[in-house]
Design a protein around this ligand. Structure first.
Ligand SMILES: [Zn+2]
Length: 72
């Protein structure tokens, strides 16, 4: 899985629909290739690893403030 393809989602997102916070992480589903860049993003809470169960309805984003998960 090429997570780089989803970078645009993170860059174009605005804010949490629930609390209005702008500290949003992208949820990465499946088993991504673990690069050092990806590890950094996870550490910075820019990316959250959602697990290997991939379905069409998985949310794309998670708010770091309130934990609310949503899709754009
Ligand atoms: Zn929130």
């Amino acid at each position: 899985m090429e997570w780089e393809l989803s970078k645009g989602v993170l860059e174009s997102m605005s804010e949490c629909p629930k609390c209005g916070g702008d500290d949003i992480a992208m949820i990465l589903w499946g088993t991504p290739k673990f690069s050092s860049e990806l590890k950094d993003k996870v550490k910075q809470k820019k990316i959250i690893l959602g697990g290997c169960e991939v379905s069409r309805n998985n949310p794309e984003l998670e708010c770091n403030d309130c934990g609310f998960r949503f899709s754009k």
